[in-house]
Unconditional design. Sequence first.
Length: 145
Amino acid sequence: MESVGVSCPVNGVRVNEYVVRLIAAQVIVLGLLAWWLEQPLITLFLLIDFGFRAFDAARFSLLRQLALGLSNLFKLTPKPTDAAPKQFAALLGLMVIATFLFSQLIDLPITALVIVSLLIIFATLESVFSFCVGCVIYQLIPNKQ
């Protein structure tokens, strides 16, 4: 099995890893709030924000804007990383959050809990450990060309 770094998508565009990790921290908080408060509007907000980040319109992401502000406030030295794996992970997050929203809307609380738990686990791995589950999943996809 080849290493994750070699098989991750690479597009030459760089993003600040600390900003990505701060976004993941916000996703944890909002995902928990959406589930705990049974609030599909929070989930819808997350869906839209994931969509911006997944489809190359991150400049419209409110979570990204807040993370940039926090990064500047705390004077975090930028740590560049390739944007493609993060964009792929955002696409996976978009699918997870869409499933979570659907389960909320049709009143499937156990399904919603399972789905949001996945989201929280993935976001925690990114936020705390800088471990991108999207890269690992990408590596498992056959015929990436």
